[in-house]
Design a protein around this ligand. Structure first.
Ligand SMILES: Cc1cc2nc3c(=O)[nH]c(=O)nc-3n(C[C@H](O)[C@H](O)[C@H](O)COP(=O)(O)O)c2cc1C
Length: 189
């Protein structure tokens, strides 16, 4: 059985550093699981829709929200790396979060999740990471591990597509191992 992983950055930037980080984490997971994993790296631009409002909800759930919700539902685990805007979620993610939570408040559908965050600055996404680690369990996420990456440029070599610090390599590997253990615990075949 090959695990189906849904990975995404909480960003709609085409140059997203969080997308680079989450893609790298997916590679690390792939290398850690015998037989590899099947990763679907989502782009939040594919799920752009009107900003949530109760009146719009009354008119119906947008197909983009349902599609995102269904992607989560079909996954065995989630890898998420969140961009930090003004100490919180980027709007592109928050809008999807709000819409999907109206389909089902437990929108993460009990999936094991590794929650990451990075930013260019010294705080390295710690605020949005803390927010998500606290909040996601209330929305049905089985948050098995967190990885607050810190300042992206200090620890990530963009050209090589890998981490530059041994400490971060070890931290990410440890987080991935926890996710892998959660997946193996749910293996049915
Ligand atoms: C509106 C706005 C607000 C931001 N606020 C923060 C912030 O509070 N903390 C931070 O570390 N970086 C902040 N940044 C910088 C982002 O972390 C940076 O643009 C980062 O590249 C976003 O992640 P992404 O590349 O994955 O989209 C902000 C950027 C924008 C455009």
């Amino acid at each position: 059985m090959t695990y189906r992983i849904v990975a995404f950055a909480g960003s709609n930037s085409t140059q997203s550093i969080n997308k680079r980080l989450v893609a790298h984490a997916a590679d690390v997971l792939n290398d850690s699981v015998s037989g590899g994993v099947d990763t679907d790296l989502l782009d939040l631009n594919d799920y752009e829709m009107p900003i949530y409002s109760p009146e719009r909800q009354a008119a119906g759930i947008p197909p983009q929200a349902q599609a995102f919700f269904d992607k989560i539902g079909n996954a065995d685990a989630l890898l998420i790396s969140l961009a930090e805007y003004n100490g919180s979620y980027a709007t592109a993610f928050k809008n999807i979060f709000d819409w999907c939570s109206r389909i089902d408040m437990a929108m993460f559908q009990k999936k094991p999740v590794l929650v990451m965050a990075t930013s260019p600055g010294l705080s390295g996404g710690q605020h949005v990471h803390g927010a998500a680690m606290g909040a996601f369990p209330f929305y049905g996420a089985d948050v098995v591990a967190g990885f607050q990456f810190g300042p992206f440029g200090e620890h990530f070599d963009v050209e090589a597509g890998c981490l530059t610090s041994d400490d971060k390599v070890a931290e990410l590997q440890a987080a991935v191992e926890v996710l892998k253990a959660a997946l193996d615990g749910k293996r049915t075949t």
